[in-house]
Design a protein around this ligand. Structure first.
Ligand code: SMG
Ligand code: MG
Length: 369
């Protein structure tokens, strides 16, 4: 059992090596929110994946500040000695805020597993030593630029490319990238930028042999996606819609998706993510691990998660140098389109605390009252 003594919340400024443009905005410098917990059994790190602004999902940093300090962390202090497996239940009375909850559970899992000298991969029963990964490519000013950027990633060894699309940047960019890369595994992601009125237009993507199309419509539009499934031949995948195991069950019961993108933070944590994986595996529904431009902390955990057998499609878990010129942990490298799964205790990475201190622009400590 662990007794948390201190939660330290930090926001870090991390410049991306290349701006990342989606249908909801462009990021050039990412504000990354991390949590360090100190307990009677040592310390651990978690990453929140929360964005600065509520444009991907409703959670955002200023709201997280409040929910961490006034609602979530006080409940953990008040609960008495706990295990990481108890966190979700303790925080359950607080509605939503799954990414914030995930960061806290993650930090405590890290401590617990380090104390037990077990890796997160061993704990969840992941089997692969390295996982096949892909790269998510942002929207570019011109299609020529997109073709060049994709060529660079293919030259780096990525076998799966995801293109961000939006109205006005969809069929032609996909056609050109497909022509230049006939054999690459190709998929697209709209981050909710379309509506059911666009289905006939989007059906023009069918000839390009896409692995999947991801979250075309609003996060709550299960019926719209069910209609999409009926009217296009490309497999449909949901991302923003899948905020829990219940959302997963709803999506699959309504035939609103063939494939599920699992983002651990979005579903409330890595333990919930394993449950979504298990449920989908039981139905033979393919899943893959999404990405939130994480630092090495989140990337390490995502690699272990993606080593579970049901993760049959490549994840958005790229090598460190695709995101950062310098990360806060040791870097991850791509070898033959794969990245090795960390084997050390906890999440298996060492946080460079001096560098973390250097790039911190906000730091708060929360202690028991
Ligand atoms: O981590 O490589 C990554 C980014 C993957 O495209 C990616 N994530 O909707 O799937 C998605 C987006 C959400 C994050 S945009 C900041
Ligand atoms: Mg997505």
């Amino acid at each position: 059992m662990l007794t948390p003594q201190l939660f330290e919340l930090r926001k870090l400024k991390m410049p991306l090596v290349r701006p990342f443009r989606t249908s909801f905005g462009t990021e050039t410098v990412r504000d990354v929110m991390v949590v360090r917990v100190v307990t009677d059994h040592g310390e651990g790190w978690g990453e929140s994946a929360i964005e600065s602004d509520p444009l991907y999902l409703s959670e955002f940093h200023d709201a997280a500040d409040h929910v961490f300090s006034d609602h979530l962390i006080p409940r953990l202090f008040a609960s008495g000695p706990l295990r990481a497996e108890d966190v979700a239940g303790i925080l359950e009375p607080v509605k939503g805020h799954r990414m914030a909850k995930s960061a806290l559970e993650m930090a405590l899992l890290d401590v617990q597993l380090r104390a037990e000298r077990r890796s997160f991969q061993q704990y969840i029963g992941g089997t692969r030593t390295a996982v096949l990964v892909g790269v998510s490519v942002g929207i570019t000013d011109t299609i020529d630029e997109l073709v060049d950027v994709v060529a660079g990633y293919v030259a780096d060894g990525y076998q799966r490319i995801k293109l961000k699309i939006e109205p006005g940047f969809d069929i032609e960019p996909v056609r050109r990238v497909r022509e230049a890369n006939p054999d690459v595994m190709l998929q697209v992601d709209a981050n909710t930028a379309y509506s059911v009125a666009d289905i006939d237009h989007l059906a023009q993507l069918d000839p390009f042999d896409l692995l999947l199309i991801e979250q075309l419509f609003g996060e709550d539009d299960f019926l719209g996606h069910a209609e999409l499934v009926k009217r296009i031949s490309t497999p449909v995948c949901l991302d923003e819609a899948i905020r829990s195991l219940d959302h997963t069950k709803t999506a699959l019961a309504l035939n609103a998706a063939h494939i599920i993108n699992i983002k651990p933070a979005r579903v409330g944590g890595y333990l919930a993510a394993v449950k979504v994986h298990d449920f989908c595996a039981g139905l033979g529904v393919p899943v893959w691990c999404g990405g939130m431009l994480e630092s090495g902390i989140g990337r390490a955990a995502n690699l272990a998660l993606a080593s579970l057998s049901g993760f049959t499609l490549p994840g958005d878990i790229s090598a460190t140098k695709r995101y950062w010129s310098r990360d806060i942990t040791e870097p991850f490298e791509l070898v033959d389109g794969r990245i090795g799964v960390p084997t050390g205790p906890g999440f298996g990475v060492t946080v460079d605390t001096a560098f973390v201190e250097e790039i911190t622009f906000e730091r708060r400590e929360l202690r028991p009252a």
